[in-house]
Design a protein around this ligand. Structure first.
Ligand code: XIL
Length: 312
């Protein structure tokens, strides 16, 4: 089989995968290291994973992913510093003032981004800040700190790890729509204020046959604002059972997304959200759907894998 990381490097992009730290042995580790030149911890760097109880830190999963990446010449996308979900309850349900929550948030960023300083190529600084209509999601940060929490988070991340590229990441912003318009307006305004934002992450949790037709134009408009763009969590789900026709459409879809990134100079790379159907969140979160990744449950490449290779 072709080696995705080599094909990607020749095109000037990276090809990455989300990983589960506890699975990094045997064939899973061999494919991760052999095919991909970037890894994202699927859960291990989330606030609820690293500090479930205030002041009680659990770094072993995150450390394992970073160590694995360095041993295999891979980049790490840090995911994620500020997010409404998988947040420890002490943060979610604390009795905060705007000032005290802002400080807890920026201290968290300083601690986590500081721990891995110099070892992370991209940080998803803020994840999923918007609602579908383009209004701000009413997370505890939005409700208590207010609109400025995003700028505060990026400034804290830059101070903690000046070499990391700092990303705003979200889903359903792959095509041009109300949500991506809001993200575009925010990025423009952050840039105008001198807030240190380097990139926009398009998660790309897509459905077979529904790659947005405006994907490449959307990547281009963000890059024209002076930021990089990455596809950060690509998976393309289908209603089960998988059929040959659905897998063929999925191949075309993975190819199209990869081509859209390769076609725009400031698109830095693509990460799949799990490379194997045995390590995908889709069946748990979308009942009746699955088969969303480029390898089957037995680590055999699917047509989608060949679609990626054809685009690189
Ligand atoms: C998912 C993980 O893959 C699951 O293991 C976990 O139970 C829930 O979160 N958007 C994101 C990711 O930014 O962090 C999510 O990851 C998938 C949706």
């Amino acid at each position: 089989d072709p080696v995705l990381r080599d094909l990607a490097a020749a095109k000037g992009v990276y090809y990455g995968t989300a990983v589960t730290a506890s699975k990094l042995t045997g064939t899973y580790a061999a494919v991760t290291a052999g095919q991909f030149d970037s890894v994202t911890p699927g859960n291990e760097m989330k606030w609820g994973s690293v500090e479930p109880v205030r002041g009680d830190f659990r770094w072993s999963g995150a450390d394992a992913v970073v160590d694995f990446a360095e041993a295999n010449g891979q980049k790490v996308r840090g995911h994620t510093l500020v997010w409404h979900s998988q947040l420890p309850s002490w943060v979610e349900n604390g009795s905060w003032t705007a000032e005290s929550l802002r400080t807890v948030m920026t201290d968290h960023i300083a601690t986590e981004a500081g721990r891995y300083k110099g070892r992370i190529h991209h940080w998803d600084v803020v994840n999923e800040a918007f609602e579908e209509d383009g209004t701000r999601r009413p997370s505890v940060f939005q409700r208590v700190v207010g609109d400025g929490y995003i700028a505060d988070a990026f400034r804290a991340a830059r101070a903690a790890d000046p070499a990391a590229k700092l990303y705003l990441n979200d889903y359903n912003v792959e095509g041009i729509n109300a949500k991506s318009d809001a993200m575009y307006a925010l990025v423009r305004s952050l840039k105008a204020q001198g807030v240190p934002i380097d990139g926009v992450g398009l998660q790309a949790h897509l459905i077979v046959g529904q790659v947005p037709s405006t994907l490449q134009a959307n990547i281009k408009r963000f890059s024209d604002l002076g930021v990089d763009v990455a596809v950060t969590e690509l998976d393309i789900r289908m209603r089960l059972p998988a059929t040959e026709a659905k897998l063929a459409q999925q191949k075309a879809d993975f190819k199209a997304v990869t081509q859209a990134c390769v076609a725009v100079a400031r698109c830095t790379g693509v990460t799949v959200w799990g490379f194997t159907d045995s390590d995908s969140w889709i069946p748990d979160f979308f009942p009746g759907e699955g088969a969303a990744t480029p390898y089957d449950e037995g680590f055999r490449p699917k047509p989608a894998y060949h679609g990626i290779a054809e685009a690189l």
